[in-house]
Design a protein around this ligand. Structure first.
Ligand code: ZN
Ligand code: ZN
Length: 313
């Protein structure tokens, strides 16, 4: 029996990198401490105090745990927490998650704001998928979903006067995105995809924070389970289109053979980010203003407006 390295009770979790075991209580406090340290390191105590953090809640274990932990920390550091959720209109998936998000937000006493693709853009993702299919699926539904979701989250967070937009990305997500950016040769995106936070690179762009990004998917899943935060099981039907799945499986097998691979990749990324920013300058990371919708954009016309035109909506 592996024992908790802190109190000697039976361990329920063993960190494969250090070989240390943790009992239930010490595992929970370790996860919360990691999130607290990540937040403090990213923002510093003074910027955290009196700020408003909007949490993008998808109803998965990561974002639900994030909402739960941030709410716990909000009293101590005197910041406000609001929950945002996007209803993309995916039958058999999103409609199962929304009631769960509502229940958790109510229990935590957090204000929840839900916006739907249908109300905002006139079509649900399922309907957009039909249009994409008619055009031969040159563009995958996940691309449209990601762009539209990020656009809405930023716009709502801005309208609520948020200082930060927190997302539930974990260490696995960060490592996967880094590899995808390398494969695609997106140097600027490597610098821009801040694991911790992005500065205000546009007046209307709400800086992102990823307080879970030092925790693996295994850790966030166990944390959610131990705190009764496991969402109803439902898999997005469009997951087959996500190019990330291959990278995800490959990374997991690397981690299995070589514990610590993911966290080392993030270390490499942080070093790379500093070097890239120095080389191309912070100005290159700034965003332009979309000439159609006025929202932050990498180019003259933002991805959202480009896709909107493509879909004819
Ligand atoms: Zn213990
Ligand atoms: Zn635009």
């Amino acid at each position: 029996m592996v024992k908790c390295s802190i109190c000697g009770k039976q361990a329920i979790y063993v960190d494969k990198v250090t070989g240390k075991g943790f009992c239930k209580n010490h595992f929970i406090s370790r996860v919360e401490k990691t999130v607290e340290e990540t937040l403090l390191q990213a923002l510093g105590q003074s910027s955290l105090e009196k700020s408003t953090i909007c949490v993008a809640v998808s109803g998965g274990k990561d974002s639900t745990s994030l909402l739960y932990i941030l709410k716990k920390l909000s009293d101590r550091y005197e910041f406000k927490v609001q929950a945002l959720s996007i209803d993309e209109g995916i039958e058999g998936y999103r409609d199962l998650k929304i009631p769960f998000i509502e229940k958790v937000s109510r229990k935590l006493g957090v204000n929840l704001h839900v916006r739907s693709f249908r109300e905002e853009f006139g079509l649900s993702l399922d309907q957009m998928f039909e249009i994409l299919s008619e055009k031969g699926l040159e563009i995958k539904p996940c691309t449209v979903c990601g762009v539209f979701r990020r656009y809405l989250l930023n716009r709502i967070a801005y309208s609520l006067g948020a200082d930060y937009l927190a997302t539930g990305h974990n260490l696995d997500d960060e490592a996967q995105v880094l590899l995808l950016n390398i494969i695609r040769g997106s140097i600027v995106n490597i610098a821009r995809e801040g694991g911790v936070s992005s500065p205000r690179i546009h007046e209307r762009f709400i800086p992102r924070i990823k307080p879970l990004y030092r925790l693996t998917e295994r850790e966030t899943a166990l944390y959610a389970y131990l705190n009764n935060l496991l969402p109803p099981f439902a898999e997005c039907p469009y997951v087959v289109f996500a190019s990330r799945e291959v990278v995800r499986r490959w990374l997991n097998s690397l981690e299995e053979e070589n514990p610590g691979t993911k966290i080392r990749l993030i270390g490499v990324k942080e070093t790379l980010q500093k070097a890239i920013s120095r080389k191309i300058g912070d100005r290159a990371l700034r965003l332009k203003t979309c000439k159609i919708c006025g929202e932050p954009s990498a180019g003259e016309v933002c991805k959202f407006c480009q896709l909107r035109e493509y879909l004819g909506i």
